[in-house]
Design a protein around this ligand. Structure first.
Ligand code: IVH
Length: 672
């Protein structure tokens, strides 16, 4: 075969194989048998072997073989990957819809409605039509590069086909495993004596987090897209999904556009009814304002958009018996009664323990050891006991009394005024709290120490190598290899992950400390606000409360934490042992002040600037941008199709300017 012929054959085979993938995975109507498919694939491999220079990135042979090296590299998302607020009933939806209509001054709102896939969020980048990067959501701002594994998903084209492919496309969606594929996979795993997965989502997650793409290639992963950002303008969510479809990117065929709350409810009822017949797991539906312009106008709060909401299905409920009740000591010392259950299968997993929350709850619900109860499990949340079936109460049922001392460290338990929970206040001196604090510190969203899990933490505590967080950074290889079942290589790996974790962000660091009531979002908010740990440590409760999203309880917890000398010493010790982060850029540096003291509201479509760009421009000139017009607004910047905000501004006597005038006001800054 000469090179020209080879080129032709390769192009031809690539196209046929891509078409078959499309027929099989997307249209669900395979046109050839598996063995015919394998033959075509083999033929391509043969030709490529003889003409290695003709192998292109979009060849199906390039789907497998990639690797993430020894670990995943980090990907900073250009636009953060957000989460969704939840609605559970019609009341929540009415509030959601009304807020949107009030904000925009509209009578009716059109929503794009879709199933909520129960998988893993990923983002995919296609540049010049070629698949270039796939990354997980991670903490929303930084994810992991899983390009090598995403490439193995055959329902995803490596090269986009069609006319006018935009230069740059970012597609977001979920990696899932179909239910029937999951069952088959688990059967195979069992026969091969390998790990059996709890549910399709765990199986998909486990597959995506493999360093070696050979493993992912043998796992039946799928992808469904729910959003697209393109270098070409798109008007609505509906249009975005159409474009995705035309690019042969899998999307759900259950998306619709509806108007008003009652149609949202109809859609919910419909999807709930067909849920069990769908090939993949879903945990609810998602409603999104259809117009992307209006989405822009509504913007975000904290980590979730104002223009979308997830309407979750009610969690599955099952009946079982309480065999015993014991208590568990939480990371912050909270003592929780836990029901030990006769194993019961709920939403895909076998549940053996369920929380009873606290003593008051247990008494209020009148739950005894031996009772028949209903338990509920929703998503990744800990299963809970909802109620006892009192009619079935057996004669031997007996009351459980809460202990007066900590079951682990035996110090007396305290119930603070106004609190429902009983607490052990021994902190790191209590082994249970120490263990869980260390697990939290090492967890992915905190210091992300790969390989430092529950078992190893237990071993390190037992060997008295770790008493506080900073001890992690003092452990050496000899100490590790001296532990039971610790090979040379695993010791090296762990030392390497510990070393790698030293480089972090201020937000993660604050979160890792495990301050009571301070979660991931709050940690990031206070990091952004104070920009340095020194800045944060010396704040009083009042100034802490001034941070967005920090209320009195959280402010008090933060203050209490930093008031303890031991905690300050710990932070210093961590920093002295190499934990570091890049300084958070103080925006004041290159901020000019032309607009300082002025408040702007944006409305309608501007000719040149996107809404985000206009907002950034105003902020970089020291101005503030808010969502709605009030008498404190200095200027309303109105573009085309301005709605009620324009009327409001006029009636309040707020100055209305156009884009040109805004550009003029910010001229000095733009020159720099
Ligand atoms: S939209 C800004 N649409 O749910 C809005 N998310 O709770 C971002 N999810 O991690 C998401 N199905 O991965 C959207 N049809 C759908 C979805 C969906 C599943 C996931 C998403 C995200 C999580 C948010």
């Amino acid at each position: 075969m000469n090179i020209d012929q080879a080129k032709l054959d390769i192009e031809n085979l690539k196209k046929i194989i891509a078409d078959h993938n499309d027929a099989y995975y997307i249209r669900d109507e395979p046109t050839i048998s598996d063995s015919e498919y394998d033959a075509l694939y083999k033929e391509l491999v043969e030709i490529e072997k003889n003409f290695p220079l003709l192998v292109t990135q979009d060849s199906p042979t390039q789907r497998v073989g990639g690797s993430a090296g020894s670990s995943f590299s980090q990907v900073i998302h250009e636009n953060p990957m957000l989460s969704l607020s939840n609605a559970f009933d019609i009341k929540d939806l009415e509030v959601f819809d009304k807020r949107i209509r009030d904000e925009l001054g509209l009578e009716e709102m059109a929503y794009a409605v879709e199933p909520k896939f129960d998988g893993l969020a990923v983002t995919l980048h296609y540049i010049d039509g070629l698949f270039r990067l796939g990354a997980t959501r991670g903490d929303g701002s930084t994810g992991e590069d899983v390009t090598h594994n995403i490439k193995t998903i055959k329902s995803l084209p490596l090269k986009l086909v069609g006319k006018n492919i935009p230069k740059k496309i970012e597609i977001r969606g979920e990696v899932v495993m179909h239910k029937d594929d999951f069952i088959k996979l688990n059967e195979q795993q069992k026969t091969s004596g390998l790990k059996v997965f709890a549910n399709p989502r765990n199986a998909a997650a486990g597959s995506l987090r493999q360093i070696d793409s050979m493993i992912a290639a043998n796992r039946p992963l799928r992808f469904y897209a729910y959003s697209i950002k393109s270098s070409e303008p798109i008007k609505s969510q509906e249009e975005g999904l159409e474009i995705l479809k035309s690019l042969q990117i899998p999307v759900s065929d259950l998306s619709r556009t509806v108007v008003g709350v009652s149609q949202l409810m109809d859609y919910y009822a419909y999807i709930e009814k067909i849920r069990k017949n769908l090939p993949y797991d879903i945990d609810g539906v998602v409603y999104k304002v259809n117009s992307l312009n209006l989405q822009d106008e509504l913007g975000f709060v904290s980590k979730a958009p104002r223009w979308a909401i997830a309407h979750k299905f009610a969690a599955e409920v099952a009946e079982t018996e309480i065999l015993d009740i014991t208590v568990q000591v939480g990371r912050t010392g909270s003592i929780t009664p836990v029901a030990r259950l006769k194993p019961v299968f709920v939403s895909g997993v076998t549940v053996t323990n369920a929380t009873l929350h606290n003593e008051d709850e247990m008494r209020r619900k009148d739950i005894l050891i031996g009772d028949y109860v209903l338990v509920r499990r929703a998503g990744d949340v800990v299963p809970e006991v909802i109620s006892a079936i009192h009619e079935k109460r057996p004669a031997h049922a007996k009351k459980f009394s809460m202990p007066t001392t900590c079951p682990v460290c035996h110090s007396p338990l305290i119930r603070e005024t106004g609190e429902a929970v009983l607490r052990c206040n021994s902190g790191m001196a209590c082994k249970a709290q120490k263990r869980q604090s260390l697990m939290h510190f090492s967890s992915r969203k905190a210091m992300d120490i790969d390989g430092l899990g529950e078992k190893i933490i237990d071993q390190l505590i037992e060997a008295n190598l770790i008493n506080k967080f900073s001890d992690i950074y003092k452990v050496n290889k000899e100490q590790l290899t001296a532990l039971e079942r610790f090979a040379d290589k695993s010791a090296d790996n762990l030392i390497r992950s510990i070393e790698r974790s030293k480089k972090t962000t201020l937000g993660r660091f604050i979160y890792a400390l495990g301050i009571r009531n301070v979660g991931e979002a709050t940690s990031n908010d206070i990091a952004q606000h104070y920009k340095s740990i020194d800045g944060l440590v010396k704040q009083d409760v009042e100034s802490l409360e001034a941070v967005d999203d920090v209320g009195p309880t959280v402010a008090k917890s933060i203050h209490a934490y930093f008031s303890k000398n031991a905690n300050i010493e710990l932070i210093n010790d961590l920093i002295n042992n190499g934990v570091n982060w890049d300084p958070i850029e103080s925006t004041r540096h290159n901020k000019s002040s032309e607009l300082s003291g002025l408040t702007f509201v944006l409305t309608g479509t501007l000719k040149n600037l996107k809404r985000d760009e206009a907002k950034q421009l105003i902020q970089s000139c020291g101005g503030k941008v808010t969502g709605s017009v009030s008498k404190n607004t200095s200027y309303l910047v109105a573009g085309e199709e301005s709605g009620s905000k324009l009327n409001n501004a006029i009636s309040l006597g707020v100055k209305v300017i156009d884009e040109e005038k805004l550009l003029e006001l910010t001229k000095e800054k733009r020159k720099k």
